[in-house]
Design a protein around this ligand. Structure first.
Ligand SMILES: [Zn+2]
Length: 163
């Protein structure tokens, strides 16, 4: 098995190591702050939010999560789970329309061993895919380039999400 080197994720991983308590949760911070544009919060529903991943695996990589700091799906309310699934569905429609992706990966990593970057706050990854993007890593290795694209993508996705 080949391993992927993702240097731009280092900061993110270091930041979250040993910081599983609520007060140090980067997601809780973003949700609490009233700075949606700065934090790339695309949409706020009643119990959950849609955020553009600051350290994406691919352009338009979205995260959907409950507002409350809960570690897994069983810990959140039924209403929240339903809402998150509705947002997931909406996200796929928005990504297909806005970014013209050819496919989408949807997944949840529960627990550190499963690859969760922030294991204390459950979140769904929505990852748009394009034909031939299997080599997308090198093309996104320039962090600055991502942030420029992210601002544009953020605005487009937010506009479509809020329709
Ligand atoms: Zn949290």
């Amino acid at each position: 098995m080949k391993s992927l080197h993702c240097p731009w994720r280092e900061k993110y991983i270091k930041r979250t190591q040993n910081k599983n308590i609520k007060n140090d949760c980067i997601f809780c911070e973003k949700i609490k702050e009233n700075k949606d544009e700065k934090n790339y919060i695309i949409f706020r529903a009643k119990h959950s939010v849609v955020i553009l991943n600051l350290f994406p695996y691919n352009a338009g990589h979205l995260l959907i999560m409950p507002n409350k700091h809960k570690k897994d799906l069983a810990s959140i309310s039924k209403n929240t789970r339903s809402e998150i699934m509705e947002l997931t569905s909406k996200a796929t429609t928005v990504l297909e329309k806005t970014l013209k992706c050819d496919g989408i990966n949807i997944g949840i990593n529960l627990g550190e061993v499963a690859g969760a970057g922030i294991p204390g706050h459950v979140h769904i990854h929505i990852l748009p895919r394009w034909n031939g993007d299997t080599n997308f890593m090198p093309t996104l290795s320039n962090t600055k380039q991502i942030s420029c694209d992210m601002n544009r993508i953020y605005k487009e996705l937010r506009k479509e999400f809020c329709k």
